[in-house]
Design a protein around this ligand. Structure first.
Ligand code: NAI
Ligand code: A1CAB
Length: 275
């Protein structure tokens, strides 16, 4: 498979690492460009053996798929730059938060095959939860190609585009919520007299173990929680505080706020005139 990346930041690198690790594409067939940071491209070449280039013709000529991984604020300029070189039947895959299929169709070509994907940074370790939506021009074969690419960095689900803001809030931003909880556990461990190394080891194994239980036990989260909570015991005392402080409600508000922001990001850019 030939794949070209527009944008060479953390998300592009995570996907490149997955493609190489799982042998989805040969290193010589992965082309990468960015706006101007030649040092970053040289680093990527050294690390992964991929092909950096600033030649748009080279990027677009034989590619099966263009992965577009620039920030939403840079979308308009980057789309304008590539439009003259993008072949009309090449699959264009965006990983940008908030930017809709119709926004991209309007700036590229209404008939362009376009996919909108939302991975997360766990892609770097092959554990992304990615959701992907397609416009009507994407062929069955192209859907398979895109699914293969994102499956190389974790689990992939095909969904309707109108669910992508919710997905962005839940699993796109999701790793950050978990890290936030870990930060709190680390701080409390220090306060109750545990050294940082011991605390980290215990917290991380607790996290991995809980995830494995959720994946394999066949039990719901609430049931697993009840299994830990002995009547009159330590967990009950802890959870009572979380309930009194409305922590679950706060988390629900957090996900909703992230979803609103995803919608807003899209709206902010959609309202700009096509230039
Ligand atoms: N970081 C995250 O957790 C996630 C990010 N995303 C999305 O991925 C996209 C990229 O995010 P990051 O990799 O974190 O950003 P980043 O800032 O690390 O990388 C952006 C890249 O785009 C390049 N770029 C900007 N304008 C360009 C242009 N005109 N032509 C060519 N290249 C250009 C920059 O040089 C840079 O290499 C964003 O749209 C974000 O919404 C999606 C899921 C998760
Ligand atoms: O915070 C953001 O906007 C990006 C999208 C999902 C995760 N990070």
């Amino acid at each position: 498979m030939n794949i070209s990346f527009i944008g060479a930041g953390s998300m592009a690198e995570a996907i490149i690492a997955g493609l190489i690790e799982k042998n989805i594409a040969e290193r010589k067939n992965i082309l990468v460009t960015n706006r101007e940071d030649q040092t970053k491209l040289a680093d990527l070449k050294k690390k992964y053996g991929i092909q950096p280039t600033y030649q748009m013709e080279e990027l677009m000529e034989d590619t099966d798929m263009v992965i577009f991984a620039v920030k939403p604020k840079d979308a308009a300029a980057a789309l304008k730059k590539i439009k003259p070189y993008l072949k009309e039947d090449t699959l264009f895959v965006s990983v940008m938060a908030g930017i809709s299929l119709s926004y991209m169709e309007n700036r590229l070509n209404v008939q362009q095959p376009i996919a909108r994907a939302m991975p997360n940074t766990s892609a770097s370790v092959g554990k992304s939860a990615t959701a992907i939506a397609f416009n009507d021009s994407v062929s069955k074969h192209q859907k398979q190609l895109a699914t293969t690419v994102f499956s190389s960095i974790g689990v992939t689900t095909v969904i309707e585009e109108n669910k992508l803001d919710a997905i962005t809030a839940l699993s796109g931003s999701g790793p950050a919520y978990i890290y936030y909880v870990v930060e709190a556990m680390e701080r409390s461990a220090a306060e109750i007299g545990l050294d940082a190394d011991t605390a980290k080891k215990m917290i991380l194994q607790t996290l991995v173990g809980a995830a494995e239980m959720l994946l394999t036990s066949g039990k719901e989260a609430a049931e697993l929680r009840r299994d830990v909570t002995s009547p009159g015991g330590t967990t009950e005392a802890g959870i009572e505080v979380l309930q009194k402080e409305n922590v679950q409600t706060a988390f629900m508000k957090c996900v909703k706020a992230a979803m609103e922001q995803s919608k807003k990001l899209g709206g902010m850019h959609e309202s700009k005139q096509i230039v």
